[in-house]
Design a protein around this ligand. Sequence first.
Ligand SMILES: *[C@@H]1O[C@H](CO)[C@@H](O)[C@H](O)[C@H]1NC(C)=O
Ligand SMILES: *[C@@H]1O[C@H](CO)[C@@H](O)[C@H](O)[C@H]1NC(C)=O
Length: 563
Amino acid sequence: MEHRGLGWPRLPRLLELLAALAVQALRASAIAAASPDLRLWPMPLSVQTTPRVLHLSPDNFVFSHSPTSKAGPSCSLLQEAFRRYYDYIFGFYKWHHGSADLRVGVELKQLQVSVVLDPECDTFPKISSDESYTLLVRGPVASLTANRVWGVLRGLETFSQLIYQDFYGTFTVNESNIVDSPRFPHRGILIDTSRHFLSVKSIFKTLDAMAFNKFNVLHWHIVDDPSFPYQSVTFPGLSKKGSYSSSHVYTPNDVRMVIEYARLRGIRIVPEFDSPGHTQSWGEGQKDLLTPCYNGKEPSGAFGPINPIWNTTYSFLSKFFKEISTVFPDEFIHLGGDEVDFDCWASNPEIQDFMRDKGFGRDFKKLESFYMQAVLDMISAINKNSIVWQEVFDDASKNLQVQLLVLSFQRGWWHPQSSKLMPGPVIQVWKVEDYTQEQSKVTEAGFPVILSAPWYLDWISYGQDWKHYYAVDPLSFEGSQEQKKLVIGGEACLWGEYVDATNLSPRLWPRASAVGERLWSHKDVRGLEDAYRRLTIHRCRMLRRGIAAEPVFTGYCDHEDRM
Ligand SMILES: *[C@@H]1O[C@H](CO)[C@@H](O)[C@H](O)[C@H]1NC(C)=O
Ligand SMILES: *[C@@H]1O[C@H](CO)[C@@H](O)[C@H](O)[C@H]1NC(C)=O
């Protein structure tokens, strides 16, 4: 479907397109040029390195703004990134050589950063944000050029990964030329703060590690059956009654801090408020929201999914999501919609009457769709786009699917790769059985897809399971080129039944790094041996930077004492 006629005059896009074409031409050389001693993760689109080395002295080296850059020292996002990357490069090493003790050869004194278009310093990253960059490492001044600050952030990460200490401990970098941009615009990590509360500090750590792996979306599955830690201003009872305790709560200030910490790293926060199932904790603080289950003619005392037949349900949800839409700046809200249990609905006489009146018969999928459509409409009305789990698509009739598509096309969002307007809702494919068939079906119906099915990191097994995550290709399903363009990316999911702050980092990293490279790098970057070598180095690098990433296999890191 072409939707160019809707009036999105974006001139800079033309420039970006041209840049993208140039990059395509470079792709062929990317893989051929990958040296056996490259330490980069994820692998950039095009890398050329030479044997000529430059030396850096911690006392002399600076990050600077090019005089022609559209961003300058007033861009605090970049200033903070410069500070961070200076520390990542120099701060954690025990170096014994003074600045005078540089080896022979040319010194690299500066990395000069240039932003070409409006830098977007003070905005939030979006699905359409441009993350491309080019990095030219030459002495004495290297240059990093990007259209926006988002590309600068990715380029700084790559630059920091190029630097190593030589035999004498001197900071060294090979002359190189890198042109890079991501394969998919949505590269996410799902965390679950309902099964276990995760401290803000541990979320910060996760965001740090995400930036090291060029992930750009934190899918925050913030509430679920076991607890409701989100503190709502409109409905404070929800977390007061529904959280594990008054200290297991994300206050409005906590949420703001997480969003800003993520923004500074070019990471979007997509909150998920899953309903109508997975809502037991909502019922604690919000009376008459959940469906009373029945045992014959009597209420059993138990409660099921959100009650889809009362008007009060929708007036509550409408106020609640209005708040969510102002608290979270991202254009997407995840609405869940998975694993709705129909038994409780079926037991309830009022719902039985409603089903009869509506002509739904005994088809509870119709009731589920009735509810989801109401919530989806609500989200469009507050100018946000939706992501939902695959059941919302699976259980909708063909008619409803068409209706949802038409509705969502009235909004839509910009897809950078295919340069056109996309519909929401986005369908997140999570069921591992036949997931490629599901991708075919969803994209054939015209919906965009986020793939998670092969990347459930809460499933653990003996051995190097990262290889399985790595081997997946998100586009290996039956379908046309147009269908493939509907895959906007994927997410590694870490559900929280058996995960809290003690094991969050080691369970995520470096296993999620495999997904990170799959979503960032060119599809032909697949060699397991080279990936193993680079991943081992990358894991040690994460360790050095304070992330408790678990070992890939036998061996050691130089800086294990930081843990
Ligand atoms: C960097 O330079 C060294 C010394 O010339 C060389 O041995 C090595 O292969 C180079 N590495 C890369 C990635 O080009
Ligand atoms: C619920 O809202 C509908 C539509 O506005 C209205 O027709 C109906 O009477 C309301 N039901 C109740 C119980 O208030």
